[in-house]
Design a protein around this ligand. Structure first.
Ligand SMILES: NC(=O)c1ccc[n+]([C@@H]2O[C@H](COP(=O)([O-])OP(=O)(O)OC[C@H]3O[C@@H](n4cnc5c(N)ncnc54)[C@H](OP(=O)(O)O)[C@@H]3O)[C@@H](O)[C@H]2O)c1
Length: 365
């Protein structure tokens, strides 16, 4: 990767205080030496925590909402690159507050596009999700609209826009790993929605490598996808029980939750004819005509990938041993392991934890 790519650049990260934002900030500071990183998010507490963690005066913190275009105009002044991570991303929250999800994930994204163009930003990198492919829940629908807005923005002016699509990242806010661990510690059981459920599984470090790779190598107009492995959720539960449970630990089946799919798709069958592979990445070319994409990727689509679609059932399926070593690597079997998601669950008393499990659909009332 070109290490001097962001040298002397000013970078804005919307949603910079989240799981991806923290790791992106770490990798940018350690590997690329940018001039300045601007973190943009609503909540002051997470900004204070991030400030304590990094203690680096190349980072500037800005309170703001992606819905607020005037604030974005101020904060994006002089910015070279924008990583757009801010989103409402909890499936049930988006289902129950649909217009709020539209305002943040769609209108917020359009604000980023318009302000980036006005400010002559060089490139905007939008982070999307497998849930945006053949979307079934509103979170996925809003992220799919975000992708379409971002790709079409390449037709407007010189600012380049690119998307990356990620599968589930281990241990982030909303991930099942901290949740299963807490269920095991407090209730000695793990609730599984469906025996056949599979999910892509990636480490946050790898997800950010994909984001940076796309930022550096894209010409604008592509969607980058990583060839991510997947696991059966039941096997993830079994590994956690083997390592952290005892002979009384149980797996309870509760049935599929509203808005959930049995497996996720990262490249749909409709996109496959416009997709090619480089190293461990898929690059999806746009449905609309973008001249520089056609010139740059000429001939690339001649090599067929040989998959009807790329989903969490036809990718490499991690064995229990492989899941164990992934979790081990990030310290998930360490009893004192802490991150934002585990800290939150740990802070709940028994009654509130039960309420949390019910409200998220992990146990029936
Ligand atoms: N985690 C995954 O497994 C995964 C997988 C694929 C794609 N993604 C995508 O990756 C991105 C980051 O996810 P994450 O896991 O890092 O999420 P996260 O930990 O929940 O962080 C979300 C960030 O967005 C900020 N935010 C939310 N609403 C905002 C608004 N209206 N204006 C400004 N900032 C706002 C949050 O801070 P405040 O709440 O303080 O504003 C926080 O900094 C999202 O776009 C998500 O769709 C995540």
């Amino acid at each position: 990767m070109k290490k001097d790519f962001f040298g002397s650049s000013t970078i804005l990260i919307t949603g910079g205080t989240g799981s991806w934002g923290n790791e992106l900030t770490r990798q940018l500071l350690e590997k690329y030496n940018p001039k300045q990183i601007r973190i943009y998010s609503r909540g002051e507490q997470r900004q204070v925590e991030m400030k304590r963690r990094f203690q680096d005066d190349r980072i500037q913190y800005y309170i703001g909402d992606v819905r607020d275009k005037d604030r974005l105009i101020m904060v994006m002044n002089g910015v070279d690159y924008v990583f757009h991570l801010a989103a409402l991303k909890h499936v049930p929250v988006c289902e129950e507050n649909p217009w709020e999800a539209v305002k943040t994930n769609i209108i917020g994204t359009q604000n980023i596009i318009e302000v980036a163009i006005e400010n002559k930003v060089k490139k905007v990198i939008d982070v999307s999700t497998d849930k945006a492919v053949d979307p079934f829940n509103l979170y996925g629908v809003t992220k799919a609209c975000g992708e379409k807005l971002v790709i079409a923005a390449n037709l407007i002016d010189d600012t380049k826009f690119v998307c990356i699509r990620g599968g589930n990242v281990m241990g982030t806010n909303g991930s099942v790993i901290p949740l299963f661990k807490e269920q095991l510690f407090r209730l000695n059981e793990i609730t599984i929605t469906d025996e056949g459920m599979t999910r892509f599984l990636m480490r946050v470090e790898e997800a950010i490598e994909l984001v940076l790779n796309a930022a550096v190598n894209s010409v604008g107009g592509e969607v980058f996808v990583m060839r991510t492995p997947a696991c059966k959720i039941i096997n993830l539960a079994k590994v956690l029980i083997n390592k952290l449970g005892d002979k009384n630990s149980k797996i309870k089946h509760i049935g599929i939750r509203p808005g959930e799919k049995l497996f996720e798709v990262l490249v749909s069958k409709y996109e496959m004819p416009m997709t090619f592979e480089i190293d461990e990445y898929f690059v999806i070319l746009p449905q609309i005509k973008i001249k520089r994409i056609e010139d740059f990727y000429k001939g690339k689509l001649n090599v067929r990938i040989g998959l009807e679609e790329f989903n969490s059932n036809n990718t490499h399926m991690l064995s229990q041993k492989e899941i164990e070593s992934l979790l081990e690597r990030d310290g998930w079997f360490n009893l004192n392991y802490k991150n934002e998601a585990t800290n939150y669950l740990r802070s709940l008393n028994e009654k509130d934890l039960k309420r949390f499990f019910v409200s998220e659909g992990w146990v029936r009332k």
